[in-house]
Design a protein around this ligand. Sequence first.
Ligand code: HMG
Length: 389
Amino acid sequence: MRVGLEALSFYIPRYYIDLKTIAARRNEEAGKYYIGLGQEKMAIPAPDEDVVTMAANAAAQALQGKETSSISTLLFATESGVDQSKAAGIYVHSLLGLQPNCRVVELKQACYSATAGLQLALALVAQNPKQKVLILASDIARYGLNTAGEPTQGAGAVAMLISSQPDILTFDPASGTYVEDVMDFWRPNYLEEALVDGKYSVKIYLKALAEAWNNYQANGGFSFHEFTRFCYHLPFTRMADKAHRHLGKLVHEQDLSDEQVKAHLEEGLRYGRSVGNVYSASLYLGLISLLDNASDLAGQRLGLFSYGSGCVAEFFSGVVAENYQQHLDSEGHRQLLHDREELDYEAYSRFFLFHHPVDGSESLAGHFKTGKFRFSGVNNHQRIYEKTA
Ligand code: HMG
């Protein structure tokens, strides 16, 4: 039985900052970000947007025109959770009006958790092909103003419907995993911004890629030349370039040419370059970018690498379906990226520093541009969500 992606979409906040603006503020050359990190724009959430509204917006887009009564499970992957107990997915379940006999849970392991969700979903659907699983990956990457990580922030969500009707992509059974207890990036409960050992995190990412690939090979995975494209977790798009060259060298014992790297990666990097790191959603935003922007990929095998600091990594693969283009809203995705408002540095820092009080008093976020759902504020320590007109 084939199991895979029946529907796939994303949502990003309606505001962004150009990294040229950040560079100017820091007296640095924009080339450091545009070329050195491969990043041009960073999505910035307004005060009335959070991981719940972004995920609900992505899901509403992915499920458009679909019958939702067979969604038996909703898995919400995030490291930007809004509550220590209640799963963010329950708010989304309610906003979307999904059927009540649905299990909902939140998953966490840095940027890796959506891939854990995917593996759970594949097993659930294989066990009962009549059920579908909705995976939501939603995150806000925050390092802090004027930190080394600041140019690699971002925000957004991806929604994936996994079923036995894989109209977009069928996943292959083999995968390779790697885990190691490292402190490359973490966020203690009492901090709102991540702590990171940036250069070390890049080294560990590359090590985890090699280890996950070796495990994938040991588990009967496909060989390098059987893939036409590769998608990597994208903390910044230059990381994929580094990763692919690293993997190429491991496999071929010589450097891949610039042309080979470009042919394997290019279309998958476009959206990430304009959005930034979306943690758990990053790999899958890259997959959407590839499917939306490459010419016909039907029947082709894609290699996928998921990495979450701390760390857990997984290499896996899938084959693109015939006529997959008909099941993607590629034009809608491009429009979403295009129709955004640019922020200057002051407006960006105001959004960044906005906080609701934590004493239980009522506080409203104010009205900004959002999608179909917004986070209107808090009262009595409870979050209030609503549909927009
Ligand atoms: P940095 O110190 O700001 O930058 O840190 P740099 O000095 O290393 O420069 C970056 C690149 O720009 C270098 O290229 C420079 O040469 C180049 P490289 O040596 O890498 O080839 N450069 C220029 N290029 C063109 N024109 C110029 C110019 N100037 C310099 N004028 C760092 C960069 C990524 C470390 C920092 O941004 C950071 O700490 N980011 C956050 C951590 C991160 O993204 N780590 C990635 C791996 S870990 C991961 O992916 C997991 C994560 O997503 C979290 C999770 O799992 O939840 C982060």
